[in-house]
Design a protein around this ligand. Structure first.
Ligand SMILES: CC(C)(COP(=O)(O)OP(=O)(O)OC[C@H]1O[C@@H](n2cnc3c(N)ncnc32)[C@H](O)[C@@H]1OP(=O)(O)O)[C@@H](O)C(=O)NCCC(=O)NCCS
Length: 155
């Protein structure tokens, strides 16, 4: 199993994994609205590859929250046959550490707090962050925010 930055040659394998992990509902998520304007960061997006197969992916994107430069995490997906073995966690933490090494700002995501809290994400600073669509505020999570994140999530 190798974790390595995503490349353009991974596109088909990643699409297949995302379809498998999320189904058609993936395109109606508010996160997808963010990704329509956010700038993809290939240097901070990683694939888990095993025997030539992409079995996990995490992507990061440049955004702003109000005036604050930040990153947006997602999608995160692990193939159903490879779950519950720490791979999702490795991907989340690897992306976060790579962002930290570049001195990036806070990382925002929309996801389940019971999963992401173990990696330092919480809703404590995100009350004022406005996503481009309806979302349960308990699912708007961030890590690395020194102040409250305020304002619209935008490019
Ligand atoms: C979420 C996902 C990436 C986790 O991948 P993984 O490799 O199984 O994750 P890990 O092995 O690091 O962690 C597994 C642990 O997280 C827990 N967990 C997984 N999803 C969870 C969730 N939504 N809420 C709470 N806990 C969750 C598991 O029960 C397990 O707990 P344990 O350590 O007590 O046994 C994977 O289930 C997946 O691809 N799901 C479909 C896509 C998705 O929902 N992505 C996240 C969108 S925000």
């Amino acid at each position: 199993m190798t974790l390595r930055p995503e490349t353009s040659g991974d596109a088909a394998g990643v699409e297949a994994l995302l379809d498998h992990a999320f189904g058609p509902g993936r395109f109606v998520k508010v996160s997808e609205r963010v990704r329509e304007f956010a700038r993809y960061r290939p240097d901070l997006s990683f694939c888990a590859v095993d025997a030539g197969q992409i079995v996990g992916v995490v992507r990061l994107w440049d955004i702003r929250i109000g005036a604050t430069p930040a990153l947006f995490l997602g999608p995160l997906a692990v193939h159903s046959g490879r779950r519950l073995d720490g791979l999702g966690g490795r991907l989340v933490q690897h992306a976060g550490e790579a962002a930290d090494a570049l001195g990036e700002g806070p990382i925002l995501l929309v996801g389940d707090a019971p999963y992401f809290e173990r990696f330092g994400y919480s809703a404590a600073a995100t009350r004022g962050a406005r996503l481009p669509g309806p979302v349960d505020p308990r699912r708007v999570l961030a890590r690395g925010a020194t102040d409250a994140l305020e304002g619209p999530v935008r490019a």
